[in-house]
Write a protein of this length. Structure first.
Length: 219
């Protein structure tokens, strides 16, 4: 089932904690696009978009959007001081040369080994690959933000992806409305629960095997 804006912003706020001053960060469509709204004012980041913007700021206030300024999904954005424009070939060149510190993406499924499946559901109309293949291969850190389960209630964190894979073994961190998982060489590690979630709930809704981090606590 879908998520309300409160839950979407909760996930985006947690993802913002992974960003540190001076990073170059690419944001995917959906929940990732909300991340700039949750950065503290003393964190200065250059947000990158495949359509050729480096230095995007928070979502503009209602009625103040520039119709000529948008992110890769076509949604209006603002600019930070020092922002620049380029054509998409330069924007993709930044990705392919490994210039991005972090990419934050949505996904349809993630496996316990960090396989990413986020570009197609066979037989259905979906946005397509976009820049996900380059981003997931070349960014220094790959963070996935998504629902814990799909619309039918089936887990999206699986032993192996059942949908076509975008990139194998690329995901470093998974953040859902229920939990935060690190993907390690030895498997998934649950590091924290999101507000309102319980360990039993996460176990029930996660198909993949996972362990608890050494400092995991239940408040």
């Amino acid at each position: 089932m879908g998520m309300g804006s409160g839950i979407r912003n909760l996930i985006a706020k947690r993802a913002a904690q992974e960003i540190t001053d001076g990073m170059v960060v690419n944001l995917g469509i959906g929940i990732p696009s909300l991340v700039p709204d949750h950065l503290p004012p003393d964190i200065h980041v250059m947000f990158h978009a495949e359509n050729g913007v480096l230095g995007m700021g928070p979502t503009p206030d209602e009625g103040k959007a520039d119709e000529n300024l948008c992110n890769a999904a076509g949604y209006p954005v603002t600019l930070q001081t020092g922002a620049s424009y380029s054509d998409s070939t330069i924007a993709f060149g930044m990705i392919r040369r490994g210039k991005l510190d972090v990419t934050i993406l949505g996904s349809l499924q993630v496996s316990e080994t960090g396989d990413l499946a986020n570009w197609i559901v066979p037989g259905k109309r979906v946005p397509g690959m976009g820049g996900a293949m380059e981003l997931s291969q070349k960014a220094k850190k790959v963070i996935v933000l998504m629902n814990h389960c799909d619309r039918d209630g089936s887990p999206k964190i699986l032993p192996s992806c059942t949908l076509p894979i975008t990139t194998p073994c690329c995901v470093d961190l998974i953040i859902t409305e229920l939990a935060v998982f690190e993907v390690t060489p030895t498997g998934l590690v649950l590091t924290e629960l999101m507000p309102g979630a319980t360990l039993e709930m996460v176990k029930r809704k996660t198909a993949a095997t996972f362990t608890l981090s050494s400092d995991f606590t239940i408040e």
